[in-house]
Design a protein around this ligand. Structure first.
Ligand SMILES: NC(=O)c1ccc[n+]([C@@H]2O[C@H](COP(=O)([O-])OP(=O)(O)OC[C@H]3O[C@@H](n4cnc5c(N)ncnc54)[C@H](OP(=O)(O)O)[C@@H]3O)[C@@H](O)[C@H]2O)c1
Length: 248
């Protein structure tokens, strides 16, 4: 869209670390709009307070429009949303279902390459393409009609994780298995691939909370925000398989 942007993270060009408040104001310098994605996860204890402090810092620095990437109804995520709403900024919240890109850009990708994904649940999820989130966030940052809107974003259909993995198998011509594991086994698996213990255990607790089937329904948030249907998982799988990222 031709706007100058800064990407803040620990390894990005603009140094920004959620764990080091001294990095926040310099990263915001010159920014009138900001898209907030918290790490490791908004549902983790203490996340809402950190995001609230960041939102206040942003408004004080002249960053008066904030768009927040949020989870789907976890208590911590809702507290974080409220802290952004209360900051005095013009706000938009994107409450998101599971990202399709978890299968290709997170710890799951190594499991898929190795031929088996193990998760602590196999409920139906309305898997959401992160490209839809990106499009909505870009619109929310640049178009006033999204100010004060809370969008509940899902993909266009429900699918279980084993169905998702089967689709990836068909598109890549490989056999990829899926099995359900306990929360403790899931956390241990994340630690085995290098995730710090606290984060692995926090994710296991979060997954136990969200993989109980209570999010197994569709919403029309993408249609509300963009006036079109959400991208389907099959499109994501076709695009992603062509990159070779899942080749064993
Ligand atoms: N994944 C999902 O399905 C899903 C669904 C709904 C909502 N969400 C929300 O989306 C947010 C991001 O999740 P994700 O799955 O996209 O995570 P992710 O793939 O693990 O991405 C984390 C990003 O955050 C940066 N980061 C990590 N620690 C940081 C720190 N201390 N300070 C600054 N940047 C840091 C990383 O870059 P550096 O390593 O360079 O710092 C990386 O770019 C979370 O708040 C989560 O609640 C995710």
């Amino acid at each position: 869209m031709g706007h100058p942007i800064k990407i803040g993270s620990r390894s990005g060009d603009t140094r920004f670390d959620w764990d080091d408040e001294r990095t926040w104001a310099p990263a915001l310098d010159g920014c009138t709009l900001a898209y907030i994605t918290f790490a490791p996860d908004l549902a983790f204890p203490g996340a809402a307070e950190i995001v609230g402090r960041f939102a206040k810092t942003a408004v004080a620095a002249g960053t008066t429009r904030l768009v927040l990437l949020s989870g789907r109804g976890e208590e911590g995520a809702e507290l974080a949303e409220q802290s952004v709403i209360d900051s005095g900024a013009d706000w938009t919240v994107a409450r998101c279902a599971f990202f399709a890109q978890n299968f290709s850009e997170s710890t799951w990708v190594d499991a898929i390459r190795a031929g088996n994904l193990a998760l602590p649940g196999n409920t139906a999820e309305p898997i959401l393409d992160a490209d839809d989130i990106a499009e909505i966030v870009a619109a929310a940052l640049t178009d006033d009609r999204h100010i004060g809107r809370l969008y509940e974003l899902t993909g266009p259909r429900l699918m279980t994780f084993d169905e998702a993995v089967k689709e990836i198998g068909v598109a890549t011509g490989r056999t990829i298995g899926f099995n359900e594991v306990s929360s403790a086994e899931f956390a241990a698996g994340l630690e085995d691939v290098g995730m710090p213990k606290d984060e692995a255990q926090g994710l296991a607790v979060l997954f136990a909370e969200i993989l109980d089937g209570h999010n197994a329904y569709l919403t029309d948030g993408v249609q509300q925000a963009l006036g079109r249907e959400p991208r389907d998982f099959t499109d994501y799988v076709r695009r992603t398989a062509a990159t070779g990222v899942w080749d064993g």
